[in-house]
Design a protein around this ligand. Structure first.
Ligand SMILES: Nc1ncnc2c1ncn2[C@@H]1O[C@H](COP(=O)(O)OP(=O)(O)OP(=O)(O)O)[C@@H](O)[C@H]1O
Length: 227
């Protein structure tokens, strides 16, 4: 066990969609600076779990603690402010704003934090460069490939040095070489910032870049390996 408190923690977390219990009484602590793969069969509740950890999906029961605060008890506006300021998320293709260019999308978290436009643009371009898509910075999402959008989404999740990065299949649209590069960037940026990284993946190569493992089955944590 790592010493010190968790940066993000689920206690008795339960999420339901109507009759379906997607996440069932999950206790899960994510340590600062840790790197966790979340694996498990299709439909086992992995995506729902990370969405709930981010405070995007409301739990039916249980608590989510983020940086010593109960995230699920905050109002919508405050919860989304916390999330934008202190979390990075890569959830699905197309969660970038299509009306904005790639660089404008990546600047968004910095602008929420009050970073001035020029500085935000510089930092966003650096991050796009680290993900290999700086040359596409001024294109809108509709004018680049799915994999390039995905890389810009990763850049946006990392650009503001969040405390936690939550990613759902962040390399799903990428070839294996690019996937490894993107993952390496995610690991190195989060390591440099002391941030925790939680990645939902079906890919054992992706999981091998991460230290810890959570296996989800039927909405429960069936296995937990902490390095
Ligand atoms: N919006 C929704 N409305 C109703 N049921 C849902 C919804 N989202 C997910 N579910 C159900 O909740 C359960 C968990 O789904 P979830 O997407 O979290 O699984 P997953 O492990 O991420 O799956 P996959 O690996 O296929 O992406 C499944 O039974 C799914 O059908």
């Amino acid at each position: 066990m790592r010493p010190g408190p968790a940066v993000l923690e689920a206690r008795g977390l339960t999420v339901r969609y109507g009759e379906t219990t997607a996440v069932d009484s999950v206790d899960l602590a994510v340590a600062p600076g840790s790197r966790t793969a979340v694996m498990g069969p299709s439909g086992s509740g992995k995506s729902t779990l990370v969405h709930a950890l981010a405070g995007v999906v409301r739990p039916a029961a249980g608590e989510i603690w983020f940086e010593d605060e109960r995230l699920d008890a905050l109002g919508e506006a405050e919860r989304s402010r916390r999330r934008l300021a202190r979390m990075g998320m890569v959830f699905q293709l197309g969660d970038l704003v299509p009306e904005l260019t790639l660089v404008e999308n990546v600047m968004l978290p910095l602008q929420v934090l009050g970073v001035r436009a020029r500085q935000a643009r510089e930092r966003a371009l650096e991050m796009l460069d680290a993900l290999g898509v700086a040359d596409l910075a001024d294109r809108r999402t509709g004018a680049v490939s799915g994999g390039q959008v995905q890389r810009a989404a990763v850049a946006r999740a990392l650009v503001h040095d969040p405390a936690v990065v939550l990613a759902d299949e962040p390399t799903g649209a990428l070839d294996s070489l690019t996937a490894e590069q993107v993952l390496d960037t995610m690991v190195s940026v989060t390591t440099a910032a002391g941030a925790a990284l939680v990645v939902v993946t079906h890919d054992h190569v992706v999981a091998s870049h991460l230290d810890d493992l959570v296996v989800v089955r039927d909405g429960r944590v069936a296995e937990r390996v902490v390095a």
